[in-house]
Write a protein that binds this ligand. Structure first.
Ligand SMILES: CC(C)(COP(=O)(O)OP(=O)(O)OC[C@H]1O[C@@H](n2cnc3c(N)ncnc32)[C@H](O)[C@@H]1OP(=O)(O)O)[C@@H](O)C(=O)NCCC(=O)NCCS
Length: 171
């Protein structure tokens, strides 16, 4: 994987550090044609900070936020998984458009699996891996996940932006 990234767990930061990081996150953008695949970075982080099941992370490279992602427990059915609790859901994943295409997305998806395994060890939820759904019309997303070791588990029609692929990686 081309570049190193660091996943910063926003819930673990003190208020000042979190405010600085949220300021950086507010500047993140995806390409216009990518907006249908993902929500607004800052809004997704603020929602996740308020919910016990969600663990929001800044994707940092060289000390600054270049992306975000969220791990959520008890919600795997949202990605077409047959039950909610046996695996983590990875959602709300984006890399700022000015930093895309350098391997950061691949590295962040890989790091997300390690972060999820740590959460399971700390919280005792018993999850076995990470699942996500990615739009069939989103080749960059599919490529990043595949390169990070996620395997295709078939088509999922639950999204409102067209058919998705369910992708999974065990710890
Ligand atoms: C998906 C995303 C996170 C990937 O981030 P990234 O840092 O560009 O990823 P990488 O640099 O690791 O590239 C991963 C792969 O995507 C390919 N790729 C990058 N941009 C692409 C594009 N616009 N079209 C097609 N492929 C693209 C890369 O070439 C690479 O594939 P390869 O190794 O087979 O060449 C980023 O494109 C993004 O934020 N997209 C908008 C939000 C989104 O779609 N999130 C996922 C929702 S499930």
């Amino acid at each position: 994987m081309a570049e190193n990234v660091w996943l910063l767990p926003l819930k673990d930061l003190d208020d000042d550090a979190r405010a600085v990081k949220l300021g950086e996150i507010a500047e993140l953008e995806v390409g216009e044609d990518q907006r249908r695949f993902v929500g607004d970075a800052l809004r997704m982080m603020l929602v996740a900070l308020e919910e016990e099941s969600r663990h929001p992370f800044a994707v940092d490279a060289n000390g600054a936020a270049v992306g975000v992602l969220t791990l959520q427990s008890g919600a795997a059915c949202l990605a077409g998984w047959p039950d909610n609790d046996s695996v983590w859901l990875l959602r709300g994943f984006l890399i700022d458009r000015r930093h895309q295409g350098k391997g950061l997305g691949t590295s962040a998806a890989d790091a997300a699996v390690r972060a999820a395994a740590k959460l399971t060890a700390a919280l005792g939820g018993g999850q076995a891996g990470v699942v996500l759904s990615v739009n069939e019309a989103n080749p960059a997303g599919q490529a990043a996940y595949r390169r990070a070791g996620f395997e295709d588990r078939g088509r999922y029609r639950g999204g409102d932006a067209g058919p998705q692929r369910t992708m999974y990686r065990a710890f």
